[in-house]
Design a protein around this ligand. Structure first.
Ligand SMILES: [Zn+2]
Length: 314
């Protein structure tokens, strides 16, 4: 990734997710139906479909055998640990590993949580819906500085105020894995191209390692060599490989830059002409220094890699 998302707080969102996770835990430890939710949460969801979906799951759970229960519990414990799944140290448990009835009920519940529950009063009033959550994401992470998608570096990321905001990608597929549809550490704003044309239904847990989008202190570098772009990071080479496999980053940057190269050279020549005493090399250095300050903003990092390659020849 060209830049990583900063971790930020959202107490209200976490509170809702904790209530839901606690309800699952209470079912695991065999509590009675009336003890599954906290009083307040029970009142808040009583009239929503979530209440019924939980009840159906509760009833079904009572009739499932120990072996199946252990599998569900294992999914509950593993699937939410997105960072370790990215690192490849944990393999998540998929719906297909659970028995058909359980998997059907859980799927209904988690589908509902993301696509409907986020539009209901409780989530809307407290979090501002997914729109409000994206607005916060935009403000509190460096999307608002870089304004580009961190996965490709090419497409713009609209601000939360735009009528069309980028979608949240379920980094670990919600269609394949239970417990991850409404999990903050699994919801990544991503440009439409990355989301719909490249990542699609690729499963991050099939790769040896992938970047965890909330990582810190990782700097991937773009270089231009032999007429093609390459991402370089010797410490995270496995993550870089899967990143490029999932999003086709290097090819997309090659295509993207094709029509821009001439403009970049022209602007160096113009600098040279305006500052008559500058050599091409000096003008080149000046331009590189100028864009270095806003490396990931606009296509500066793509331009810089190209200009650095030119430097070798002058
Ligand atoms: Zn993108």
């Amino acid at each position: 990734m060209w830049y990583f998302y900063d971790d930020f707080q959202n107490v209200e969102f976490d509170k809702i997710v904790n209530e839901i996770n606690n309800a699952f835990r209470n079912i695991f430890i065999g509590k009675e139906w009336k003890e599954i939710f906290t009083k307040q949460f029970e009142q808040e969801i009583r009239k929503t479909k979530l209440h019924k979906l939980f009840y159906d799951y509760y009833e079904l759970y009572k009739t499932t055998d120990g072996n199946e229960r252990r599998k569900i519990y294992s999914a509950y414990c593993k699937n939410m640990r997105i960072e370790e799944i990215c690192l490849g140290t944990i393999k998540p448990i998929s719906y297909s590993q659970l028995n058909e009835n359980v998997s059907k009920k859980l799927r209904e519940l988690f589908d509902y949580l993301y696509s409907d529950f986020t539009k209901r009063k409780l989530f809307k009033n407290n979090v501002g819906g997914l729109k409000g959550y994206y607005e916060q994401f935009y403000i509190e992470t460096s999307i608002n500085i870089n304004k580009r998608c961190p996965f490709c570096g090419i497409q713009a990321m609209a601000s939360g105020k735009n009528s069309h905001r980028p979608d949240f990608d379920h980094y670990l597929l919600e269609s394949k894995y239970p417990f991850v549809s409404l999990l903050r550490k699994n919801l990544m704003p991503m440009c439409d191209d990355c989301n719909k044309k490249y990542k699609k239904v690729k499963d991050i847990s099939n790769y040896k390692k992938v970047f965890y989008p909330f990582s810190r202190n990782i700097n991937n570098k773009l270089v231009y060599k032999n007429n093609t772009y390459k991402i370089v990071n010797n410490t995270y080479s496995e993550e870089v490989t899967s990143w490029d496999e999932i999003f086709d980053v290097e090819n997309r940057i090659d295509l993207y830059s094709e029509n821009l190269k001439l403009g970049w050279i022209t602007s160096i020549n113009e600098t040279k002409i305006f500052g008559a005493q500058l050599s091409f090399d000096e003008a080149l250095k000046m331009e590189i220094a100028r864009i270095e300050n806003n490396y990931y903003s606009s296509d500066n990092f793509i331009e810089k890699a190209y200009l650095e390659d030119l430097q070798i020849y002058v």
